[in-house]
Write a new protein. Sequence first.
Length: 103
Amino acid sequence: MDKGFSKDLSELMQFPSEGIFSTVLAKDEGYNYTLMCLAAGTNIDEHTSTKTGVVQVLKGKGIFRLFDKDIEMKEGTFIFMPANAPHSLHADEDLAILLCLTK
C-alpha cells in the first residue's frame, strides 16, 4: 500500500531558456501527475489524450485552447479536459503547470 508523500512544487520548478522541463511526480496505471515548466514563448501544438486531464496553473501566464475556446492561464486557473479533447497552449511568460491525467 502506498503511504503517500509530499513535495514542494516551487522548489522543483526549473524554467529552461527554451522549451519544456517536466518531471513526473506520481504515476501508476490509473493516474499520472506531472510538473511542467515552459519557457516564455513555448508552444505545445494541438493534440489529444485518451485520458481525462486537469491542468492547474502554478505560476506565469499563457493561453490554453480547449476545443475552440481560448482560456487565459494565470496563477490559480483550473482547466478540466475530457478524454480526447483537442487542446494546445502557448506560454506568454515562464509558465508552470501541474498536469493530472486519469483513466
